[in-house]
Design a protein around this ligand. Structure first.
Ligand code: MN
Length: 279
């Protein structure tokens, strides 16, 4: 059975990190499991000297996934990993038991200004994996499969999962689907999404319909259960993310950059961070 739209959630604009602007669904909560956060960073056009990011901060208990569309970001973490993220690149960072990292604009973007646009999602880890060793996958755009439908009306970048016969290269702890889709006006895509997964669409250009229900730019649509979704683009086409993953059905204790199962584990994370034991 094809999925329909259970509810649409509008985004609100908030400031994060050193003051950069993100669009974030206004309410997500447990309905989005295993996703904890979806931030669209920008698009914003910085003047020289204006670009800001997120200076050194910790994470424990989940994964941060950054996908850049425009701009250039530099990542450094306490595990000794560093990387430069350019348009189309993905950084899939599994914080596990703990990472301290910085996410900052590249010095060229800072000096010259320019456009910054991208996404950061947080993927929860199941209780048994929350304290796993940190893992860092820095995946250049050229390694990420892109596929176009036979008639050319649908383009997909397959960050996680499968689409139009292409399979992702990034290794995920949970079985995640993460697609970036561009549909020409009126284009149609039927995407299989296994029944046991929670699934959602985030539209960030144009509009689309799912079983007659319209979803517009800046809306997150949570989908009903089903084994596929059929997306039909509106008159201006549509650009969207498709996200799906298993419902963890475990308690969530959340404090800033730490997401655990109990308050005691949060207190422990704060103590570990303050004592320099987190990283
Ligand atoms: Mn971070």
């Amino acid at each position: 059975m094809a999925r329909s739209v259970r509810t649409t959630i509008p985004t609100r604009t908030v400031r994060e990190g050193g003051g950069f602007v993100v669009r974030r669904p206004a309410a997500m909560g447990a309905m989005m499991s295993p996703f904890l956060l979806l931030d669209e960073m920008g698009p914003v056009d910085y003047g020289p000297g204006e670009a800001v990011g997120a200076p050194s901060h910790p994470h424990r208990g989940f994964e941060t996934v950054t996908y850049l569309l425009d701009g250039c970001m530099v990542h450094e973490d306490s595990a000794g990993n560093s990387g430069t993220l350019r348009p189309g690149d993905v950084q899939w960072m599994t914080a596990g038991r703990g990472v301290i990292h910085s996410e900052l604009p590249h010095e060229d973007l800072l000096r010259d200004g320019g456009r910054n646009h991208g996404f950061q999602i947080w993927v929860n880890l199941p209780a048994k994996d929350k304290m796993m060793a940190p893992r860092y996958q820095d995946v250049p755009s050229a390694s990420i499969p892109e596929v176009t439908s036979e008639d050319g009306s649908v383009w997909a970048k397959v960050i996680a999962g499968q689409c139009l016969g292409a399979e992702a290269v990034i290794d995920t702890v949970l079985p995640i689907t993460y697609l970036h889709l561009r549909l020409q006006p009126g284009a149609r895509l039927e995407q299989p999404l296994e029944d046991e997964l929670n699934a959602m669409l985030y539209v960030f250009g144009g509009d689309l319909h799912v079983k007659g229900r319209r979803v517009v730019d800046g809306q997150l649509a949570l989908l009903t259960p089903g084994d596929s979704v059929e997306v039909v683009a509106g008159d201006a086409g549509a650009e969207l993310l498709v996200l799906a993953g298993p419902n963890l059905d475990e308690p969530i204790a959340r404090y800033g950059p730490f997401v655990m199962n109990t308050e005691e584990e949060i207190v422990q994370a704060i103590q570990d961070y303050n004592a320099g034991r987190l990283a």
